[in-house]
Design a protein around this ligand. Structure first.
Ligand code: GYE
Length: 342
């Protein structure tokens, strides 16, 4: 072999070794950087365990989306989300698993108001702040949760009653007997309790308001339809339906139409609904639903603001109410329908 050839061979070998070691070291360095990053990202993020009560309605779907959009990675959160499918026992299990995972915050929408003492005591002992969303709990020890972000359901019920007062007056029906049926939401839930109290308070001022019956229909369309069918068979002369959410209203309207009666403005039966989801507002605009008392599901931002305040060591209030409106054919605009994405 010539000297030149030997030199070229050695050079190739040296270059080969250099490239190989660069690849190994470089690769390691690269991985190390990545790993370090991911570890510190995890550590910096706020871990929030969210127990959503179910997926019974359009409102609930919007509420879930709002929470998921607020507790994102980009916003600095690591969210663990669980759907309890309307069962309190599932929510209790989920909260216990959040405690054992040592999350930073527990956010949950209690399906009913009672029966939370034990599990909330456990969260308190573990030092994990609990924030209620949407619905409330009924417990003696107020220190078991930090705050609640939700709606003023009693006010919503009163708004329904006050709207009916005005409407009956406008139609000159404020003296004769007015037959009312009420489709109530999930038994024992804050939304059901508050809306019932609010409406009943206004109703008790009017001797001619005759509440024929109030029945639970679980906030679902199928149940709303079923309960409405029984009401229609029992009572031939219903003037007003108060339905505590839009999903039950959709079912009830189908049942009424099938019975041969008409609904809405100028119809046989006046429809009062709650939530104001897009499809219901379309029906308000067409005069099928007379009034829809808005319930605002966009609570995610409020919840993350509360967490920011707690992280800053600031005091938070016991209750935050979201803003809500009342919709009739007069104020449901095209813009509103376009904007309403739930
Ligand atoms: O009105 C209904 C939902 O708690 C405000 O629950 C919520 C209610 C809402 O299923 O549609």
């Amino acid at each position: 072999m010539s000297k030149k050839n030997v030199f070229v061979r050695r050079l190739v070998i040296v270059l080969f070794i250099v490239i190989l070691s660069l690849m190994v070291v470089g690769g390691r360095l690269f991985t190390d950087i990545e790993e370090d990053n991911s570890v510190s990202e995890e550590e910096d993020r706020i871990v929030v365990g969210v127990s959503q009560l179910g997926s019974e309605s359009g409102w609930r779907t919007a509420n879930t989306e709002s929470v998921q959009n607020a507790f994102t990675q980009q916003n600095g959160y690591f969210m663990i989300f669980q759907n309890a499918r309307q069962k309190q026992e599932n929510q209790i299990k989920t909260i216990r698993s959040f405690i054992s995972q040592r999350v930073d915050y527990i956010v949950f929408s209690p399906v009913v108001e009672t029966g939370w003492e034990t599990v909330l005591q456990e969260a308190k002992e573990a030092g994990i702040p609990v924030i209620l969303m949407d619905r409330n709990v009924n417990i003696r020890d107020r220190s078991l949760y930090v705050t609640c972000v939700g709606s003023d359901f009693v006010e919503e019920g009163e708004r329904a009653g006050r709207w009916l007062e005005k409407d009956l007056k406008k139609r000159g029906m404020n003296e004769g007997q007015v037959n009312i049926v009420v489709l109530k939401g999930t038994e024992g839930s804050t939304a059901q309790i508050g809306r019932t109290i609010g409406f009943s308070t206004v109703a008790s001022d009017h001797l001619n308001w005759n509440i024929l019956e109030q029945e639970y229909a679980d906030f679902t369309s199928a149940k709303g339809r079923e309960v409405m069918e029984t009401f229609l068979k029992k009572y031939p002369d219903i003037d007003v339906v108060v339905s505590q959410n839009d999903d039950m209203t959709f079912g009830a309207i189908e049942a009424i139409k099938e019975s041969g009666q008409t609904v809405g403005i100028g119809g046989d039966i006046t429809i009062i609904s709650f939530d104001a989801v897009h499809d219901a507002l379309e029906m308000v605009a067409k005069g099928i639903i007379n009034v829809d008392i808005e319930c605002n599901p966009n609570q995610g931002e409020y919840l993350s603001q509360v967490i920011d305040m707690l992280e800053d060591g600031q005091e938070v209030e016991q209750q935050y109410y979201v803003e809500e409106n009342v919709f009739t054919i007069e104020n449901v605009t095209r813009e509103l329908l376009e904007e309403r994405n739930y």
